[in-house]
Write a protein that binds this ligand. Sequence first.
Ligand code: ACO
Length: 334
Amino acid sequence: KGCKLIGCGSAIPTLQVSNDDLAKIVDTNDEWISVRTGIRNRHVLSGKDSLTGLAVEAARKALEMAQVDPEDLDLVLLCTSTPEDLFGSAPQIQKALGCKNNPLAYDITAACSGFVLGLVSAACHIRGGFNNVLIVGADSLSRYVDWTDRGTCILFGDAAGAVVMQACGAEDDGLFAFDLHSDGDGQRHLNASVNENETDHALGTNGSVRDFPPKQSSYSCIQMNGKEVFRFAVRCVPQSIESSLEKAGLTGSSIDWLLLHQANQRIIDAVATRLEIPRERVLSNLANYGNTSAASIPLALDEAVRSGKVKPGHMIATAGFGAGLTWGSAIIRW
Ligand code: ACO
């Protein structure tokens, strides 16, 4: 059984924050941010905006393009590390879409690799019998950024992107190969952990309860060693894509587009160079949106499809990488 991608959509908050706007709140400037990252602008949730609302908007557009009714969905996957409910927000998307048959809906938490994991998980469910799967990548890292830390607050933006995947014959299969990894040891380089004093507080060293009842937990802001994350990305992402290409029996020259998680233009350029994929076959929109975590791949895909760059039948090498650490790639056909 095959699975094909038949629709995409995206949504961004209205509030825009330029590099110059950031220079008013932290010691930075447009030139530093543009040269080091390629980012010029980002969109940030404000007022009554909600991440679930963005996710629903992106999902509706993808379903419309796919011409699939919400009630024909078998599964809603929400790839996010920033749900608006600790227990998961996917069921809220399912509810808002009005899926009458109560399809399964659950969250996948894998930071900026989330969407690639979502694609692979959706394909596994389809090979197991499902027909129509909605995959949404949505994140609001602006809620977890320390807006006084110029090393991280310049990087992130909020967005949602979605695709619809549908069962098809093996000859139309749109997921050729994938390669997925995690390295918990690298978590020290990038995390937003439960505040330590609160976990210490709940349990003593021998596991006995030290204080009861425990305090309500909260998360620290995003902590990142940018240099280590950069090194990890330029080392692991090309290896992963090469592995996926090899499994698919393809080479970089048979790929129409390289579509990486949009974290840093220098990472995108380094990976493209290593894979010998020329700039004109690399999709990039992070200048306008920054790093939107699990949303970045479907957001860039949606723009490229709607602008006519990515056409039916095009082969795309895609890869996500980020906190966990997690990374992974997939070779897909639009
Ligand atoms: N403006 C001006 N100066 C700055 C800024 C800023 N916004 N941020 C840091 N600097 C300064 C530093 O203080 C340092 O100054 P010093 O030399 O006086 O100490 C200098 O610039 C260099 O700082 P570095 O951190 O070494 O700069 P680097 O070249 O590594 O760039 C960056 C930093 C852009 C964060 C880069 O390391 C990077 O992009 N790393 C990858 C990040 C990434 O992709 N994260 C993915 C997260 S995805 C997820 O899963 C959440």
